[in-house]
Write a protein that binds this ligand. Sequence first.
Ligand SMILES: Cc1cc2nc3c(=O)[nH]c(=O)nc-3n(C[C@H](O)[C@H](O)[C@H](O)COP(=O)(O)OP(=O)(O)OC[C@H]3O[C@@H](n4cnc5c(N)ncnc54)[C@H](O)[C@@H]3O)c2cc1C
Length: 471
Amino acid sequence: MTAPTLIWFRRDLRLSDNAALTAACEGEGPVIPVHIRDSLVDGLGAAPKFRLELGIEALAESLEDKGSRLILRSGDALEALRALIRETGATRLCWSRAYDPDSIARDTRIKAALEEDGVEVVSQPGHLLFEPWTVQTKEGGFYKVFTPYWRAVRGRDVGPALSAPDRIPAPETWPDSDRLADWHLSAAMDRGADIVRAHALPSEQAAQARLGNFVARRIQDYAELRDFPAADATSDLSENLSLGEISPRQCWHAGQRAMEEGKAGAETFLKELAWREFAYHLLYHAPSLPSENWREGWNDFPWKDDERLAEIRAWKEARTGVPIVDAAMRELYVTGRMHNRSRMIVASYLTKHLLVHWRVGLKWFEDTLIDWDPANNALGWQWVAGSGPDASPYFRIFNPATQREKFDPDKTYLNRWLPMGERPSQTALAFYEAVPRHWKRSAEEDYPQAPVVDLKEGRARALAAYEDSTS
Ligand SMILES: Cc1cc2nc3c(=O)[nH]c(=O)nc-3n(C[C@H](O)[C@H](O)[C@H](O)COP(=O)(O)OP(=O)(O)OC[C@H]3O[C@@H](n4cnc5c(N)ncnc54)[C@H](O)[C@@H]3O)c2cc1C
């Protein structure tokens, strides 16, 4: 019998449009799907790790429907792969490429070592539309500003999406597998897991349904309504894109078709997908994006980062006394996601009114978002803080009160997330069930009378700090 091929699933938890899986099935022999709980998985924040568990569970079911299985192993990825290769006699390994610096370092090491062992390693694209090294400026560098990047990629050919393989040839005997439940991937979510679970939509099938629903019902008005956090006007696909339960190519083609059908918001949707590409383009070329100021001029800015500070705790615990900020931070805690407009508002409030380092916010999102994405999160934070590439200027300070009036004029969003009036909404009450008990929160508590930092004062202080550091 021909030797088996291993397919190592990472951020590509899908069977369709998965070039690595297609390549694995093109071999003559059986295919053994594997997922490895290595140090990168262990290093994930609480919510992304919890969401990964849901994704793995769903992938395992899809594989079983095809007569296959997902083998789970833990430990150093190279050692785990070597053990599987020894046990199964596999001679090929396929995976979808990853573009964050830690994954690149791991994959480079593994590829070299396994090739040395005589194993063929096949890495395929799939997490992005455009490989970062294929998009270049005229001078041969990478793009640092979105608009020219968008101009460079918008007309590019994006190949057709691949179908899921009809069958995934199974080996005669399966290697041993860990039990997913024994990994306890949702342990750090504590009691919040049950609350957030109700808002997550894991699986490839769910992601496809989401895309279909978005294109049928929401894309038309997407450009007009996407900034209103209570409007349910966006695709909500970020949690699925983050784990590769759907491919950007499948989303792109759906957006293109909608554009051809004359649906007004379709081009804006394509543009947002391109922002995701741009974020990865930057992360690939500048791997310190999540940790260092893009613009070195910001290195001496007097940002605070002591996690014990009352302002930082108030921001994280959604009791700053600024209603739109607290509503957004509660949406995050209950759903594991936050509307893009709200992300910009809370990030601006933290880095400007509260003068807190963007890294503090980035880390909190890394722990609490089920759609956490290393590139989008880093670009989002540096963009809002003003330290990033193509960033919003620091002196453009969102006024949260004005933002609320403009983007939540009838307070639907506030009512959804803050316990207002006699009969608070279920979603607002859920916050108190989701947060750690040691926060000692209850729906009966009084809402802060005054903001932790007065809006006018905070703005003036931020501008003064900016002027000082640039003079
Ligand atoms: C401070 C901050 C942190 C962020 N952290 C993350 C993160 O960890 N993970 C994440 O996926 N997005 C992040 N974003 C970007 C954006 O807020 C989310 O992608 C978006 O809210 C997801 O909702 P959606 O799927 O309904 O998006 P839609 O509006 O339907 O857009 C479709 C897809 O395009 C991509 N996209 C949309 N907006 C952006 C953007 N501004 N930048 C990059 N890609 C975008 C996403 O993949 C999204 O799923 C962050 C933004 C900010 C300001």
